[in-house]
Design a protein around this ligand. Structure first.
Ligand SMILES: [Zn+2]
Length: 86
């Protein structure tokens, strides 16, 4: 399932396992079991963002991004629209 991650320190649904940056999550579907099954993939993706990183770059995008990554504009993704991000 697709999820939109929005960087947020105030209301974080999940934290990066490496740097503890918080993210709000907007899910494509509200099915809880489905969300729980997807959570490890999100943590993996956040971890990987640290791995392919130039030394002085910020690990995570400052703008909302989709997991799994999506070629279109994040605000038009299913997760953004159905999750009520905008
Ligand atoms: Zn991080």
């Amino acid at each position: 399932m697709q999820v939109l991650c929005t960087p947020s320190d105030a209301t974080a649904d999940v934290q990066c396992p490496v740097c503890h940056q918080g993210f709000r999550l907007f899910w494509e579907r509200r099915d809880l079991a489905d969300q729980q099954a997807t959570l490890p993939k999100i943590l993996n993706e956040l971890r990987e963002q640290h791995e392919d990183l130039a030394a002085d770059a910020a690990p995570h995008p400052a703008a909302p991004f989709n997991i799994p990554s999506w070629a279109g504009q994040p605000q038009f993704s299913g997760a953004a629209l159905l999750g009520g991000a905008y």
